[in-house]
Design a protein around this ligand. Structure first.
Ligand code: GTP
Length: 590
């Protein structure tokens, strides 16, 4: 009829048009996808050669399915991965393999590890020559290959081999099929082994490093971060089957499924709490913080109910919800931290967004939406997570350094006097104690000088507290100027100062003290442009001569006693006219 139309060159009648449309419709129903030519492929996704349909009611036999395909009851896949959503009915797929020349070994793999049951029938000349069953629901050791994904190898004879597959799964129905020459598949496996080894190696090393830090530093962040990272790596190894192939080959799919769910929930919960602590969200985003806490209580509790009631699908859904929420909550926490100008917020948010983009790329690629399915897009999720892990580790390392620096600063503040920047009483004791013991061991001389500003109350009364503070700073500066490198200077109390002079006898210390007294006396102090006034100090000195103090060997004296003696000498200086140096045991020096 079509020929007639073309030969006569006239407009078709209405009836002819109807027939033409029907013919077109029938021919489109008899879909004929291009076969996969083994001459042309080495290592290819074959999705675009695939026809598929979904079972509607009861389970079909392979003969029923073949009949339906030959009746044209199918849809042509336009993507490398056939993708139909979550919780959908089982799918039948078919494609032809054309081998024009040599008999060759090929590996067929379905590259998502979560598909429950996959059956493949190889058909030649209308006869099933091989049936291969596998999938995630089968124990690892019962699968056609001890491999990450459903896969089998086959030697294809010359001519056409039809492939019929049935895929059943409760999880996302994404079916990326790859046909590779076995040698190519093996080299891809080796390359993937290196890539995964590298990524997981980094993540595990970071996880373990932070675990060690947690054990020694006892800071929650390190523990949570290491749980998050190690949990993620073990989860990846578990759902790709590698963990079970090595450690738990006999435990079966029930154990494997629940291990995946437990690990997924563990690392998500640890990751979320890690982010809360790192960013301190409780302080400025209490609602979000509470939401995260509740989420990490409710979902694992629900999951445990699912576990006790043996509701696998319910628990899987909860784990997926938490996993999706995980990325969103990370970004939300990062966003709040950024608004609060928290340190590390920018880099935290950046790494979370990169991870989220990578996860989306992999998900879309596997779902066959917008993003082409290939090795890079498939592994984007791992790369994204590794990137985030490294960035978070860097943040933790920086935080560790900052915490150490803060500790040093805090310790310094605890030991020094804020007004004069000299040591305070605590700092003085801390520093001088070991030197005191050293001097005793070596039988050297040592001296203590205590300085008190004369009539300081009057300074305060005349020039105010502010003026008094200026005087205190001036005296501290003079003490610093006179002191030698090894002397330990401190503010001992209100307007009292102390100097610890190692390797110095009492007579030498007396000279130093006298020098100091003269220096202060000769240096008028100015407060608020008022006429400068003169200060005086009284000083008490206690020290050894030839290794003896008050005719006692130094071993029989302690530092407190020597300080006490210097204080008594100071008291004598005060009570006998001020502006003078007195020596212990209370001998007038000048
Ligand atoms: N401005 C200022 N005054 C202080 C500080 N610490 C203590 N004082 C004051 O120092 C004064 C010490 O007074 P007193 O103990 O009577 O001693 P003084 O007036 O120096 O008399 P003498 O010691 O007998 O010469 C008090 O008025 C304290 O309030 C301080 O850090 N800054």
């Amino acid at each position: 009829m079509l020929n007639k139309l073309l030969i006569k060159f006239r407009f078709p009648t209405f009836t002819e048009l109807i027939v033409l449309v029907l013919l077109l419709f029938i021919s489109s129903n008899h879909l004929q996808a291009a076969p996969v030519n083994l001459n042309e492929i080495k290592d290819n996704a074959v999705g675009k050669s695939v026809l598929y349909f979904q079972e509607t009611k009861q389970r079909l036999s392979v003969d029923n399915a073949m009949a339906l395909f030959s009746d044209g009851y199918a849809t042509q896949s336009t993507n490398d991965s056939v993708s139909l959503g979550i919780g959908v009915s089982s799918v039948w797929l078919t494609f032809d393999i054309e081998n024009p020349e040599n008999v060759q070994d090929y590996r067929l793999a379905v590259e998502t590890p979560w598909l429950d049951i996959i059956d493949t029938w190889l058909v030649r000349d209308g006869r099933v020559v091989r049936h291969i069953r596998g999938g995630d629901a089968m124990a690892f050791e019962e699968r056609p290959m001890q491999y990450r994904f459903y896969a089998f190898e086959h030697t294809y004879d010359i001519g056409k081999t039809q492939i019929f597959m049935r895929v059943e799964s409760l999880g996302p129905m994404a079916i990326p099929i790859r046909l590779s020459r076995v040698d190519k598949a093996i080299s891809r496996d080796i390359a993937a082994g290196y890539q995964y080894g590298f990524l997981y190696g980094i993540m595990l090393a970071l996880g373990l490093y932070n675990l060690v830090l947690f054990v020694f530093v006892r800071q929650k962040e390190y523990g949570l971060y290491s749980l998050y990272l190690i949990g993620f790596v073990i989860n990846s190894l578990s759902y790709t089957g590698q963990l079970h192939a090595v450690f738990t080959p006999d435990y079966g799919p029930y154990f494997q499924d629940w291990t995946d769910i437990f690990l997924m929930i563990t690392y998500s919960v640890a990751g979320l709490h890690f982010a809360r602590h790192l960013l301190d969200t409780k302080a400025y985003a209490p609602k979000l913080d509470q939401f995260v806490i509740r989420t990490t209580i409710i979902i694992p509790t629900g999951m445990m109910f699912g576990f006790f009631l043996d509701e696998l699908v319910f628990s899987i859904n909860l784990a997926f919800i938490l996993n999706c929420g995980f990325v969103t909550l990370f970004i939300a926490m990062g966003w709040y931290a950024l608004k609060e100008k928290k340190p590390f917020a920018v880099i935290f948010l950046f790494s979370s967004v990169v991870a989220a983009i990578c996860i989306t790329i992999s998900s879309l690629a596997v779902a066959g939406i917008l993003v082409p399915y290939n090795d890079y897009t498939f592994k984007a999720i791992e790369v994204g997570m590794a990137f985030e892990a490294i960035v978070l580790a860097m943040i933790l390392a920086r935080q560790f350094r900052m915490a150490k620096r803060d500790k040093v600063i805090a310790e310094h503040h605890a030991r020094s006097d804020a007004l004069t920047a000299l040591n305070n009483r605590y700092g003085f004791k801390e520093i001088s104690a070991p030197i005191w013991h050293h001097i005793i061991r070596k039988q050297r001389d040592v001296a203590i000088v205590i300085i008190d500003i004369d009539d300081f109350k009057q300074v305060n009364d005349t020039y105010g507290h502010y003026g008094g503070d200026i005087v205190l700073k001036e005296v501290a500066r003079s003490i610093q100027d006179i002191a030698r490198k090894d002397d330990i200077t401190a503010r001992w109390g209100g307007e009292e100062f102390i100097i610890f002079l190692p390797e110095t006898s009492q007579s030498q210390a007396n000279i130093q003290a006298e020098r100091l007294r003269e220096k202060i006396e000769s240096q008028p102090v100015a407060v608020n442009k008022v006429k400068p006034f003169t200060l005086t100090v009284s000083i008490g000195v206690a020290g050894t001569e030839f290794g003896e103090f008050n005719e006692k060997p130094l071993q029989e004296v302690d530092l407190e006693y020597m300080i006490n003696q210097a204080d008594k000498a100071l008291y004598q200086a005060k009570t006998t006219g001020k502006n003078k140096v007195c020596l212990a045991p209370c001998i007038m020096a000048s």
